[in-house]
Design a protein around this ligand. Structure first.
Ligand code: SF4
Length: 358
């Protein structure tokens, strides 16, 4: 942990839980930067070490998104970086310049500032999530974010908090009395991709069991098919996942569901090859997109989205489906409508929030 973080409530509670684990205090190693790192760090991301940090940057910031495609205007609550799971496709493998599971232990003390920002713009809907730079619940049994952050979001009328996960760590949430305006989301994939590529994640069935429990306990839920990956029998495989959803979930309680096809910065490719030599996710044909990321050829992306759009529509006609980082042309061809601009997509999702929570 960084020197000086012992004073935070969160540090004390974490250390109490990890009392048999060796702890070392060290000098602050400077701010986290979004950058490519040495090959050595990329190979070993320090997922077995937790680093307690007093984070000096902005806790609430817009999702980096991309100017070249339509984005949803999401805000990230930056609770920490890196993740104990190890999905082969994870973009975090190239994203940060520091290893280890970095936990921002001064979060609780900085929440006032976050809510000041939210309160200063009462007409805007802040769609906030913690699952962009880490899994929202993977470390919750130790860090107990669910005890710290739910209340402030639950009590405000112009925000929602989305916790996105591939784990079954919902005990903290279920023990909380705050449910209003809290969205619990699971990332889903085909059974084939889930088993082979999402190392450390629980099975799809387990994710859906947890989603059902959260739904029956009064939480609003969401799902994300991202990254959708083209692989052998992909249609049958994704159909199995939607069949499982039908078995476990009441579709009326789903606020939204995003679809995003596999995309990556070119620098990620050698890292995936090195860290996950058995992977098959790089087998497709990719082209360089306008945002500098590699993605499937447009016709392939359209086919993936159109297939899932139709399949999910057959299950339920109003699931709040949207595409992550795509063009109007791809939207129109695969979804049958287009938001025109990022603002248009933001308005569509804001309307979902109003319909669900008032
Ligand atoms: S769960 Fe998300 S953040 Fe964690 S390794 Fe997988 S893709 Fe990365």
């Amino acid at each position: 942990m960084d020197e000086g973080v012992q004073k935070y409530k969160s540090t004390k509670s974490i250390l109490l839980q990890l009392k048999d684990i060796p702890v070392r205090a060290e000098k602050d190693d400077g701010p986290e930067e979004v950058a490519c790192v040495s090959n050595e760090l990329k190979r070993d991301m320090g997922k077995d070490t937790m680093h307690l940090v007093s984070y000096q940057g902005e806790f609430l910031k817009p999702c980096p998104g991309t100017k070249e495609y339509i984005c949803c205007g999401y805000q990230i609550l930056n609770v920490g970086t890196n993740c104990p799971l190890d999905c082969s496709y994870c973009i975090l493998q190239t994203y940060f310049n520091r290893p280890n599971l970095r936990v921002h232990v001064n979060l609780e003390e900085q929440l006032g500032q976050v809510f000041q920002t939210i309160d200063s713009d009462p007409d805007k809907i802040f769609r906030v999530g913690t699952g962009e730079f880490t899994d929202s619940l993977a470390l919750d049994p130790i860090i107990r974010w669910s005890e710290t952050i739910l209340r402030g979001f639950s009590e405000r009328k112009n925000t929602v908090l989305e916790l996105k996960t591939k784990t079954a760590n919902t005990a903290g949430l279920l023990g909380s009395k705050y449910r209003d305006r809290i969205i619990v989301s699971w990332s889903l994939n085909s059974p084939f991709i889930s088993c082979r590529e999402e190392h450390g994640a629980v099975s799809l069935t387990r994710r859906l069991e947890c989603a059902r429990e959260c739904q029956s306990e009064g939480f609003t839920i969401g799902f994300h098919f991202d990254p959708i990956i083209q692989h052998s029998n992909w249609m049958d495989e994704y159909r199995k996942t939607v069949d499982l959803m039908d078995k476990y979930i009441e579709p009326e309680g789903i606020i939204w569901m995003s679809l995003g096809s596999f995309r990556f910065m070119p620098a990620l490719k050698p890292i995936i090859r090195r860290r996950h030599p058995e992977t098959s996710i790089l087998d497709g044909e990719f082209v360089l997109g306008l945002d500098g990321k590699m993605r499937y050829f447009k016709p392939i992306r359209m086919e993936l989205y159109a297939f899932l759009n139709e399949l999910l529509h057959q299950w339920h006609p109003d699931l709040g489906l949207y595409l992550c980082m795509e063009s109007n042309e791809v939207w129109q061809e695969s979804m049958g409508w287009r938001p025109e601009t990022s603002e248009g997509l933001g308005n569509y999702l804001d309307e979902r929030v109003r319909n669900f929570f008032g």
